[in-house]
Design a protein around this ligand. Structure first.
Ligand SMILES: Nc1nc2c(c(=O)[nH]1)N[C@H]1C(S)=C(S)[C@@H](COP(=O)(O)OP(=O)(O)OC[C@H]3O[C@@H](n4cnc5c(N)ncnc54)[C@H](O)[C@@H]3O)O[C@H]1N2
Ligand code: MOO
Length: 395
């Protein structure tokens, strides 16, 4: 049985490049940028007026002039005007181009305007006051957002400002999710006493939605031939297959055998971890991958977040969001396995505290309700103290 570290190394080595694609700007949030976003012009692109008022030449003010004849009005969105006489002024609006010949803006609050003359009341002024000078935020051709950045709404705004109505992002893999097991019924059905609803696949589909991936859901019967047929079709239509269940030692856990008969090479089966010990990872010669998560809901959930997300994020050049937190309660754990502990996360006075959620077992779906993250405790130790600091994977 391999360690979690070895499993993650093998999974990372199977990271794939699914190419790039251009998508509409408004569909790009949460995708990963595949090209740098470059400033198409200076920011701001012209000397931008930042207060409504009058634009004057400071030399006239310094020479003692206070009464300025108003030549014209420069509204935002109108072409550049030029002072005909440096002793005059032009009324200007916020967002307008600073008129040629002017080098300061005096807000209306500091002027008196009567009969077309603006009398400046400010005791002193500064050159370029209330002017956002061209190129001071950044120059044309600057890399504004480097590739490999996860796109946020703020980035959408920046891309809109440089005129990108389409964005080059890394292409997501096509993911199929299969539930397995004859005890599982549709979520809309009323289960018989010996049945349960196939909740795990919805949990996986929802987690993938957070990555911007719409996965296809399927169900495999506990029947070898039917499984073989269905898997052949499903594998033809996806890059990666996520399975929940049928990977342990049960009499009807045919999946590993069926997948092998279809040509899958087992990269590893069983990892020294709890939950998720029977986790299966396989690869086909054509590059298609299989993540076989153990069916218990917490196992499926943890294997997705610890293992699949590592593969997905490496493939998509995306960093997995992690923080460090302090253990709020001591934990003891006997078997020599890495222990993935679900935790709640809470901030107190700026420090993040991780409170372990010790569920009944990995079939305890409700233990996921308050889970904010997962801490992976190393197999080499069995006691972990309150206050110990660990890296947390968000979930
Ligand atoms: N003899 C052994 N038995 C088991 C071992 C072992 O090493 N030796 N490992 C145990 C561990 S650990 C786990 S985890 C489970 C994993 O078993 P499978 O991956 O084969 O999963 P199933 O038996 O199909 O299901 C387990 C459990 O989860 C429920 N389940 C399955 N799929 C779904 C779904 N889509 N939605 C909701 N619930 C699901 C299923 O009904 C079972 O209750 O094996 C142990 N046994
Ligand atoms: O791994 Mo099983 O994952 O302990 O329930």
């Amino acid at each position: 049985m391999i360690t979690v570290h070895e499993a993650l190394t093998q999974i990372t080595a199977c990271a794939k490049n699914f190419g790039k694609e251009e998508i509409p700007l408004l569909s790009a949030t949460a995708s990963v940028l595949a090209d740098d976003v470059i400033a198409d012009r200076d920011f701001p692109p012209y000397h931008r007026v930042t207060m409504d008022g009058i634009a004057i030449n400071t030399k006239a003010f310094d020479a003692g002039k206070r009464d300025f004849y108003i030549e014209n009005i420069q509204a935002a969105g109108t072409p550049l005007q030029v002072l005909k006489d440096d002793a005059n002024c032009i009324e200007v609006m916020t967002g307008a181009v600073l008129p040629g010949g002017a080098d300061a803006v005096i807000p209306y609050e500091e002027c008196n305007i009567t009969n077309g003359i603006a009398t400046v009341q400010s005791p002193s002024i500064r050159q370029y006051q209330n002017v956002h000078l061209q190129g001071t935020d950044c120059k044309k051709e600057t890399v504004l957002i480097p590739k490999d950045t996860v796109i946020t709404p703020a980035h959408i705004g920046i891309m809109a400002t440089v005129g990108l109505h389409k964005v080059m992002v890394y292409k997501n893999p096509v993911v199929a999710i299969c539930s397995t097991g004859d005890e599982l019924v549709d979520i809309a059905a009323t289960p018989l006493p010996h049945q349960i609803r196939k909740s795990n696949v919805y949990m996986l589909a929802a987690a993938l939605q957070q990555e911007g991936i719409a996965a296809q859901l399927h169900h495999l019967k506990d029947d070898k031939e039917a499984m073989q047929e269905q898997l052949t079709t499903i594998l033809n239509e996806c890059h990666v297959l996520l399975l929940s269940g049928a990977v342990s030692k049960g009499k009807f856990d045919y999946l590993p055998e069926v997948l092998t008969s279809l040509g899958m090479q087992t990269v590893f089966h069983r990892v020294a971890q709890r939950p998720g010990k029977p986790f299966l990872f396989g690869a086909f010669a054509n590059g298609k991958l299989v993540f076989g998560f153990p069916g218990n809901p917490v196992s499926t959930f943890v294997c997705y977040h610890i293992h699949f997300k590592t593969w997905l994020h490496t493939s998509l050049h995306r960093a997995t969001k992690k923080i460090t937190a302090r253990l709020e309660k001591p934990i003891s754990f006997q078997p020599k396995l890495s222990f993935h502990v679900l935790v709640t996360l809470e901030y107190q006075e700026g420090i993040c505290y991780a409170n372990p959620i010790i569920g009944a077992n990995s079939g305890d779906m409700p233990s996921l309700i308050n889970a904010g993250g997962i801490i992976t405790l190393p197999a080499e130790k069995d006691t972990f103290e309150e206050g110990d600091i660990f890296e947390v994977t968000y979930c």
